[in-house]
Each structure stands twice: as structure tokens, then as C-alpha cells.
Design a protein around this ligand. Structure first.
Ligand SMILES: Nc1ncnc2c1ncn2[C@@H]1O[C@H](COP(=O)(O)OP(=O)(O)O)[C@@H](O)[C@H]1O
Ligand SMILES: [Mg+2]
Length: 235
């Protein structure tokens, strides 16, 4: 199975979600082997993974691969090879400007496309201009309305009513784009966990004696596990 985090706008939480979902307990239960595949030339996750290795964090069941090629056939071949040894591939796709090559590629190959998006006019207009035409073309070509494309409401207020946000997006979106039954709220733990190469769970463990940080980390973990559950439900 291939899951892709896609959003042509940068800074919406794609890489953070890819990092966190790959290590979530729910995903580990559902899939024996996972590969995080970074396609972003900025190499955010590549640097994080290098730090994981330097600091000898155990990554059992989770592997990492950076793909730098922009040749469709080459990337397809690399993904096929990874699928030999990984039940789940998680693609971290760059939020790119003009060509949108990776976005188009990921939308076409992934079984599940997760689109982190804020409830903001900015994000919504950017979505309509950039991502919606790509998705519409794929759905038209496919001739069927696949259950592939899902918004993940991102950077929501921690106390927001989840169902209200879901209803908001369901009303806004065409019927071939859904809203995941989960939200990705704004939280300091998400900003801080990856320093030194740790994942969210290792970070929580490292701040155990600081009640405030540990509380924030636990909330972040619950949220990620809820997103993981929603993903597994769609499998
Ligand atoms: N839920 C969140 N709450 C607060 N900050 C976040 C959250 N998710 C990500 N961030 C921070 O926002 C920035 C952009 O996130 P990132 O995942 O790199 O976005 P993208 O991959 O879409 O460009 C990073 O500095 C990250 O630490
Ligand atoms: Mg990113």
C-alpha cells in the first residue's frame, strides 16, 4: 500500500505527519514493514534520519529512502523495489511551485492521498488553483470515483469540535474528495519532537520528568494515533 502526503503549499505538516504516522503504534500493528520515502529535494527527513542513525535510535520495522530522481520510470522502479520489502510506503511529497511533478506523480500512484490543509481562505484558494485540477484530471481519467483523496484538517485549534471541521470541508469539497475522520491540531510537541533525530514517541519518553512537555507530547501522540486509526479504517 502507498500513502502519500500531498499539498502544493509548503509548511502544512506533510513531513511532520509522515514522520509521526510511520512510527505510530496503530500503523505498526497493521503493517509489518514500513518505508518512509522522501521525494523532497530539501531533504528535511533525510537529515532527520541521518540524526536518528548517528544517535542510534532503533527504527525496527521502519526504513527510510530519499528519492532524488525526477524521472517517472526511475521513481516507479525504486518504489517497486521498496514494495518488495515494505508493506506500506509513506511518501513525503514536496510542496512545489511550477511543475508540480511530484504532486501529480504521487496523486496518480498512491492508494491513499492525504492532504493536510488549514481552514483558511489562503489554503483553500491555493488548493482550488493548484491541487484540485490535478486530482480532477486523475479522477476523470480513472472513470470512477475512487476513495483515495482525503483532506487532513491541519493546524486546527486543539479545542475545536472535530465534526464541525469535517462538516466544513465536506461541504466545501467536490464529492470525490473526502475529509479524514481526524484532525491534526497545532501543538508545540509537533514543532519540537524531531530534534536530534527522535520520533514523537521517543521525544515523549525523553521529557517524561517535565509534566508540561510530557502532557503536550501525550496529546500529540493521541492525535497521531487517531489519524492512524482513520487511515487504517480506509485501508
Ligand atoms: N501540528 C503542528 N503544530 C505546530 N507546528 C507544526 C505542526 N506540524 C508541523 N509543524 C511545524 O510546522 C513547520 C512545517 O511543517 P512540515 O511538516 O515541515 O510541513 P511541510 O512538509 O508541509 O512543508 C515545521 O516547522 C513543523 O515543525
Ligand atoms: Mg515537507
Amino acid at each position: 500500500m502507498i500513502i502519500a502526503f500531498v499539498q502544493t503549499k509548503g509548511g502544512t505538516g506533510k513531513s511532520t505527519l509522515a514522520q509521526s504516522i510511520a512510527f505510530s503504534r496503530g500503523i505498526a500493528k497493521a503493517f509489518d514493514s514500513i518505508s518512509i520515502v522522501e521525494m523532497d529535494p530539501q531533504k528535511t527527513l533525510n537529515r532527520w534520519w541521518q540524526r536518528r542513525e548517528e544517535n542510534r535510535f532503533p527504527s525496527k520495522g521502519v526504513k527510510f529512502k530519499h528519492i532524488s530522481s525526477t524521472d517517472r520510470q526511475v521513481i516507479l522502479k525504486e518504489l517497486e523495489e521498496l514494495e518488495q520489502s515494505s508493506e506500506l510506503l509513506i511518501l513525503d511529497v514536496p510542496g512545489e511551485g511550477i511543475s508540480k511533478f511530484h504532486t501529480q506523480f504521487a496523486c496518480a500512484v498512491a492508494d491513499l492521498v492525504l492532504i493536510p490543509m488549514r481552514t483558511s481562505t489562503n489554503d483553500e484558494e491555493a488548493f482550488v488553483d493548484n491541487l484540485l485540477p490535478i486530482i480532477t484530471r486523475i479522477v476523470d481519467l480513472d472513470g470512477e470515483t475512487r476513495d483515495v483523496f482525503h483532506i487532513v484538517p491541519s493546524f486546527t485549534h486543539p479545542l475545536i469540535n472535530r465534526q464541525n471541521v469535517i462538516d466544513y470541508f465536506e461541504d466545501l469539497l467536490p464529492d470525490f474528495i473526502h475529509c479524514l475522520n481526524a484532525t491534526f491540531s497545532f501543538g508545540t510537541a509537533f514543532e519540537n519532537f524531531s530534534r536530534g533525530g527522535s520520533n514523537l514517541y521517543e521525544y515523549a519518553n525523553s521529557v517524561k520528568t517535565n509534566l508540561k512537555l510530557f502532557g503536550q507530547a501525550k496529546k500529540a501522540i493521541i492525535e497521531i494515533e487517531t489519524i492512524a486509526e482513520a487511515i487504517i479504517h480506509l485501508r
